[in-house]
Design a protein around this ligand. Structure first.
Ligand SMILES: NC(=O)c1ccc[n+]([C@@H]2O[C@H](COP(=O)([O-])OP(=O)(O)OC[C@H]3O[C@@H](n4cnc5c(N)ncnc54)[C@H](O)[C@@H]3O)[C@@H](O)[C@H]2O)c1
Length: 247
């Protein structure tokens, strides 16, 4: 039986590539995404995947809300199977220089990018430790490592990912569960392509690789960290950023 792998933000730019990479690795990928999305957008995403020969169930919920995560995970476990791999990938930006940042921008990012780690991981953790096997991957960012002007909210949440991973990794490695993170640099998804053209050109000029990353380059790292034989890698962060920043 294929292991069930849940990807939050699974129908987004990186999430889609992650679902595909997990399927290639023999997993049963399941996408969890935001219940506020237009149904047509979800239908189109599923139809596009079908045309690629991929059948990926989508469950809608809200990773900022504990009860919603409980409901979604319960449904997935009843309908697809026990969740053995969790990729906490859903994330948003609400950029503003600090002196202009509103409490709403702060809260939205903290809740989506940070509370989500607790809300989703809580639903699957007991099952993973009880079964003696699990893989948890949290998506951080180069801007959590180095900070980024205009992103105090976002940088704070992404830096928090490392503390979460390192602490939880120590609690569960003896139970066969690993907890790691990936810090992507600038990847060519909608989130990044939405950056103003002149600003984006400057960003790319500053990347030693002189290009944006591909979603598949993040996805292959997810596959690597969630592999059956990756059980000795835990509490670690892998940067995938074209040489932009090291730690
Ligand atoms: N694209 C990049 O260059 C880049 C760089 C560094 C880190 N990241 C991180 O990678 C992750 C994915 O980014 P992306 O570029 O694919 O973005 P994206 O906007 O394409 O995808 C994010 C997905 O998360 C979902 N989502 C948002 N709020 C949600 C909620 N409350 N509940 C459930 N789902 C919700 C969205 O609907 C969307 O499908 C994010 O955590 C982001 O911070 C991206």
């Amino acid at each position: 039986m294929s292991k069930v792998a849940v990807v939050t933000g699974g129908i987004g730019g990186l999430g889609t590539a992650m679902c595909k990479a997990l399927i290639e690795q023999g997993r049963r990928a399941v996408a969890v995404d935001f219940h506020g999305l237009k149904p047509e957008a979800v239908d189109k995403w599923q139809a596009d995947r079908k045309s690629e020969g991929l059948d990926i169930p989508v469950y809608l919920g809200d990773v900022t809300n504990f009860e919603s995560c409980a409901e979604v995970c319960k449904k997935i476990e009843a309908e697809v199977g026990p969740i053995e791999i969790l990729v906490n990938n859903a994330g948003i930006t609400r950029d503003a220089l600090f002196h202009k940042m509103t409490p709403e921008q702060w809260d939205a990012v903290i809740k989506t990018n940070l509370y989500s780690l607790f809300n989703m991981t809580k639903q699957v953790y007991e099952g993973m430790t009880a079964r003696g096997w699990g893989r948890i991957v949290n998506i951080a960012s180069v801007n959590g490592l180095r900070g980024q002007a205009g992103q105090t909210n976002y940088s704070a949440t992404k830096a928090a990912v490392y503390g979460f991973c390192k602490a939880l990794a120590q609690e569960c490695v003896r139970k066969g569960v690993t907890v790691n993170s990936i810090s992507p640099g600038y990847i060519g998804t909608e989130m990044v392509r939405a950056i103003r053209e002149d600003v984006l050109q400057k960003v790319v000029a500053g990347i030693p690789a002189a290009r944006l990353g591909e979603p598949s380059e993040i996805a292959r790292t997810v596959a690597f960290l969630t592999a059956d034989d990756a059980g000795y890698i835990t509490g670690e962060d892998i940067t995938v950023n074209g040489g932009l920043y090291y730690h």
